[in-house]
Design a binder for this molecule. Structure first.
Ligand code: SAH
Length: 214
């Protein structure tokens, strides 16, 4: 795909994006979140390297996860794994000025870069902080929506605790080479889980993730 509009059309045609998500991708162009040597590949539907052994997720995955979470205006959202900041930008546009997105990233250099990318878009309602996201962010809990963009062996228990009543969490879980995208809903304090598609993500590294060096 050669243009952002072509990419967005294909996401809409395949049912990965709806109109609201398409609109966020028109404003947050993927090209602005990737290193210049990958600009020719910006609109291809696969992950791309962003340095430090990490990747920006495939557009289809960003669209599908955002759509499955049902993010609404005014929501308070927690993301684990800011990477380039692109998914956080999409979320920031979905929640609007009355909402807020906090994204935790492990790699300090990526925290700086993701924040720069977000500032350029003028997204004042999104903040990227450094830390181990498997511990969540108790200072700002509870969250209406939680999205984990790295794959772990299990859903970190602190994230389930920090999910608001009626809230939803999405996360790839399973082995280190292939995982299932799990959608969790908290209803009357009870956790319901549903597996929605097979995916491949970089590993979630932390106290409730994998150990460093795998
Ligand atoms: N959402 C990103 C894709 C990120 S790739 C985007 O839109 O570009 C996954 C990211 O998760 C990597 O940057 C990795 O460094 C980070 N990560 C892995 N384990 C983490 C943890 N425990 N806490 C926070 N970030 C983590």
């Amino acid at each position: 795909m050669n243009s952002n509009e072509e990419l967005i059309k294909s996401l809409l045609d395949r049912g990965y994006a709806d109109e609201r998500i398409a609109e966020t991708m028109r404003k947050a162009d993927r090209k602005a979140f990737i290193p210049a040597n990958y600009w020719p590949n910006a609109y291809e539907d696969h992950p791309l390297p962003i340095g430090f052994g990490q990747t920006i997720s495939a557009p289809g995955v960003v669209a599908f996860m955002s759509k499955s979470l049902g993010v609404k205006e005014g929501h308070r959202v927690l993301e684990i794994g800011a990477g380039s900041g692109w998914q956080a930008a999409v979320l920031g546009l979905l929640v609007g000025k009355t909402g807020h997105v906090t994204s935790i990233e492990r790699v300090p250099e990526l925290v700086v870069r993701a924040n720069e990318n977000l500032r350029k878009l003028g997204l004042g309602n999104v903040e990227v902080v450094q830390g181990d996201g498997t511990l969540g962010y108790p200072e700002q809990a509870p969250f209406d929506r939680i999205i984990v963009t790295a794959a772990g062996p299990q859903i970190p228990p602190p994230l389930l605790e920090q999910l608001a009543e009626g809230g939803k969490l999405i996360m790839p879980a399973g082995g280190s080479f292939a995982q299932e995208l799990i959608l969790v809903t908290k209803k009357k304090g009870k956790i319901e889980t549903k597996s929605i598609m097979s995916v491949v993500f970089v590993p979630l590294i932390g106290k409730f993730g994998y150990r460093e060096g795998i």
